[in-house]
Design a protein around this ligand. Structure first.
Ligand code: B12
Ligand code: SF4
Ligand code: SF4
Length: 338
């Protein structure tokens, strides 16, 4: 295969990659925004963003000294998102609880595992063409400002909800990047302009008012995603306004649901109607959390040991959040949901 073949839609589609971009710039355009955010306690309880890893984000070479270039990929989960939307709206079995749609994407498995394998397969193909090239990757947990990197690669812009948005694919995409120790014969991405215009839907409709319109960043402490995914202890205080949300028990999609840039990509996927929960893990998540009365889910989580929870949900996104935290999130909804 040539580099052109590796980066062709026919090769990349198997990994759910819907677009890619290229940059040779290791330095974020918006590190100062990130720094101000941390100084103003935007990270809240997410301490890992403010410790020594904060400075590392200034330059990808602090993480991967051999950096010469990066390929940034958009991995779509719009198909699962449009399936879940129809399920919540039309399926009589739906119990009113909600999971972040990315948890069902990627065969119900934790996207970190799936995307890492995909990036590795792509790097193996590129290595056949550039045998001396060294590779590394970034996938969420590495000290890299990934949205900024995607912007440098020309793939989209930062929405007011702080999501990275592609004109064609919307924001229901995860970002995954390869770092290379060689430059590739590719054009660097051009910085995309802002397409939010005068729209303020995400800001107005965020139930906890977590979005700061001036900086386009979130107060993590106010975000339902932080509370339901990242705060594990039962005694954690829920963000004010969460009761106005829609039954979220793991993550939150609301500021993306209301974004006009997601309308078209979701419609396309709805029309194709090609998603059916097929894998065991997809069905485990659907059957366990979204199709039974809340009291039954609660009883089962209460009577399960932590070890059993880990066995059932091994490799899924909810494994890390854990049994107790999910119970905390389900209890939040009290009797307001069946
Ligand atoms: C910490 C974190 C969180 C925190 C804080 C989120 C936040 N918005 O800061 C919490 C737990 C709340 C969270 C929630 C979610 N997350 Co998260 N998270 C991260 C993580 C690890 C770091 C983000 C970070 O550094 N935040 C600090 C802020 C200041 O930086 P930033 O978000 O990158 O924002 C930059 C832009 O806004 C830019 N900017 C804004 N305006 C302008 C204007 C100009 C001109 C310029 C130059 C720059 C600029 O400046 C900022 C600094 O670079 C990234 C992975 C990574 N390593 O980057 C994933 C990541 C952002 N998360 C992701 C996802 C999917 C989610 C959720 C959708 C999950 C869910 N369904 O619950 C929600 C979405 C909430 C939201 N609206 O952002 C994806 C987002 C993909 C995308 N399309 O954007 C990422 C990139 C992971 C990945 N590999 O795909 N997350
Ligand atoms: S993810 Fe939910 S709580 Fe967080 S900013 Fe978006 S709408 Fe608000
Ligand atoms: S809802 Fe409107 S303001 Fe918010 S990200 Fe989408 S287009 Fe931008």
């Amino acid at each position: 295969m040539t580099l052109h073949d590796v980066l062709s839609p026919s090769f990349l589609n198997q990994f759910r990659i819907v677009d890619w971009g290229y940059t040779e710039n290791p330095k974020p355009l918006s590190f100062d925004r990130f720094e101000n955010w941390v100084e103003n306690d935007g990270h809240g309880p997410l301490g890992y963003l403010a410790d020594e890893r904060k400075e590392k984000r200034k330059d990808v070479r602090n993480f991967f000294p051999e950096f010469q270039s990066s390929l940034v990929f958009l991995f779509s989960y719009a198909k699962e998102k449009s399936f879940l939307d129809s399920f919540y709206k039309d399926d009589p079995e739906a119990n009113g609880l909600k999971l972040a749609s990315y948890s069902l994407g990627f065969e119900g498995m934790d996207y970190h595992h799936v995307l890492r394998d995909s990036l590795q397969k792509i790097s193996l193909e590129i290595k056949k063409i550039y045998p001396n090239c060294i590779f590394s990757h970034s996938l969420d947990i590495q000290p890299v400002l990934e949205r900024d990197l995607a912007a440098r690669a020309g793939l989209g812009w930062f929405g007011k909800n702080s999501m990275f948005i592609s004109r064609q694919e919307g924001s229901f995409v995860m970002l995954g990047s390869l770092f290379l120790s060689t430059k590739l014969p590719l054009n660097e991405g051009r910085i995309e302009t802002d397409h939010c215009g005068t729209c303020t839907r995400c800001i107005d409709l965020c139930p906890t008012k977590a979005i700061d319109p001036e900086t386009r960043t979130l107060q993590s402490e106010k975000c339902i995603s932080t509370y339901t995914i990242e705060l594990f202890k039962e005694d954690k205080v829920s963000p004010l306004g969460m009761e106005k949300a829609n039954g979220e028990i793991f993550g939150c999609d609301i500021c993306q649901d209301v974004c006009p840039w997601n309308k078209k990509p979701l419609q396309v996927n709805e029309m194709e109607g090609s998603f059916i929960a097929e894998t065991l893990k997809e069905n485990d998540l659907l059957n366990f959390f979204l199709k039974r009365p809340k009291s039954q889910i609660k009883n089962e989580l209460e009577s399960m040991s932590n070890r059993e929870f880990r066995r059932v949900f091994k490799g899924t996104a909810v494994e890390r959040t854990g049994r107790k935290s999910l119970l905390k999130n389900i209890n939040f909804w009290g009797d307001s949901i069946s």
